[in-house]
Ligand binder design. Sequence first.
Ligand code: UT7
Length: 337
Amino acid sequence: MGYAARITGTGSAFPERRMTNDDVARKLTEFGLETSDQWIQERTGIVERRISNVGNEAERNSSLAARAAIKALEMAGRQAEEIDQIIYATCSPDTPLPSTACWLQQKIGAHRAWVMDINAACSGFIYGVVTAEQFIRSGHSRTVLVIGAEVLSHYINWQDRTICILFGDGAGAAVVERVAPRSRRRVLASYLSSDGTLSELLIVPAGGSALEVTPERYAQNLHKIRMSGREIFKVAVRTLSECALRTLEQARIPAVKLDWFVPHQANLRIIEAVANRIGMSMDQVIINLDRYGNTSAATIPTALDEAIRDGRIKEGQTVLTDAFGAGLTAGAMVFRR
Ligand code: UT7
């Protein structure tokens, strides 16, 4: 008969340092480049972002995740020792080896868990929750901690003004637990997709085993993010709408029956276009990119956590999440809180 999975707790954490659009504009002048608060707000909706202090251990990826995890466990009423499995979605790991999930396990003392990282870029949190759901449904795991956390500022090329305005750092966590199969409050449906033919659209070319970072490549910033912004924008609107509609179809829930939409926070114009296509009003959309920018795998769990804690998303309400990211990866999930 199997089981179902429910999100029972959420948490989030951000580094201390705020960087406003004016701060970004000032930094760009160091490279002879221009931007403005007005341009960034009009084209993206972002006002400020948080940037980790490199070298401060408390602001490493796994340290931010640990703070988020502790809050999520508290909300769920669980102890770290009760976690069976940690799924850590990130594309900016503390170290290439071991996984960032292992560093997190060490920090929170989740002694019983088996742990792993997944890299689905900005879609990582949805991939993580859906993976957790499968392990729970099969009976393999009872309590799973899913993390979406990034220190993407490490990969920002400050000489590329289409990149440095977008990204910020942060961590979100969710406790996903086993419930009875027909529970009203559970993950209801999901749809995941990937299109590897679009891999070059958003890429860190060097630093993996394919291309070593040499002094020449370092000077060319090949160890930093490169992005075809306009192409991604178009693909994102199409893919997000498709994933959302397929998920709703699978759940047999029309968009009018949804209470909330928590999309990946990449660009307010992308979010508005998708909300419009799937038939949701912007009043039902949870937004945090104005204050945090695009925190990649952390956007959805942090936005979700904020809206749960401030009382907007209530118990029993139906929530659609939707993301796309480098790869191109994409996915949507609908759940009842
Ligand atoms: O998680 C996935 C991450 N990636 C994304 O979601 C990226 C999706 N794409 C975007 O968000 C947008 O494409 C950007 C925000 C990156 C760029 O906005 P846009 O409206 O697509 O601008 P554009 O690239 O079409 O450029 C328009 C103009 C250009 O000038 P010209 O050629 O018209 O004279 C750019 O050079 O704006 C210029 N521009 C800027 N001006 C001031 C580009 N970046 C900036 C900037 N400040 N930061």
